[in-house]
Design a protein around this ligand. Sequence first.
Ligand SMILES: Nc1ncnc2c1ncn2[C@@H]1O[C@H](COP(=O)(O)OP(=O)(O)O)[C@@H](O)[C@H]1O
Ligand SMILES: [Mg+2]
Length: 229
Amino acid sequence: MLKVDNIHTFYGKSHVLHGVTMEVKKGEVVGLLGRNGVGKTTTLRSIMGLTPAKQGKIEFDGVDITHLKTYKIARLGIGYVPQGRRIFPLLTVLENLKTPIIKGKVEEKDINEIFEYFPRLKERINQRGGTLSGGEQQMLAVARALMGKPKLMILDEPSEGLQPSMVEMVKETIISLNKKGIDVLVVEQNLESALDVCQRIYVMEKGVIKYEEKKENLNKDILMRYLTV
Ligand SMILES: Nc1ncnc2c1ncn2[C@@H]1O[C@H](COP(=O)(O)OP(=O)(O)O)[C@@H](O)[C@H]1O
Ligand SMILES: [Mg+2]
């Protein structure tokens, strides 16, 4: 589904990704782990064309997206929920959901479907985004990304800063997205949270993938070495 092949990404002259290679196969929930500052967000930004890779190739659903514009990548079927859940605080829940107007793609019935999926948001339909709890804002960010009918959802640290009950809700959401047939790539700091939802994980260090394993085969000692300070 998604193939990232040996990408190099820079911020100006600063070389951040040094040949990242990873993939998400059809039906998978894949985790991307690693300490702060190793390049997880940059990897996602490269996939989305926000900080395009200078070298290497990214393919999605058979299409070379390496140098495509972000909105085109989104239209091909990737939903992106950035770190820090950037919803519009002054817009209501409903208005937030209507922002990703992709011509002819967002309809009233789609919004109803979303509300069936997130009843908690429906109860708060006219409440301003900024007045929702952290967990509800995360739900709204995920719901908004779902409006584009993605085949793949990319989530950057969705559990960051949430209270435990909300972390559970995020995990359940990821599992139910996957049941709906949507593939998921999720960046996580917390190993246990990642293992609860992911079938396979990658661990990054200093701009490269250092470790990759299926959940059932992974070696926690090696993993912890990459994840603890
Ligand atoms: N906009 C930016 N301009 C310059 N450097 C950046 C920018 N964003 C991130 N970086 C640097 O790139 C590296 C990787 O950052 P990031 O991908 O955000 O890491 P992670 O998501 O794994 O914490 C860090 O050293 C960070 O300081
Ligand atoms: Mg990050």
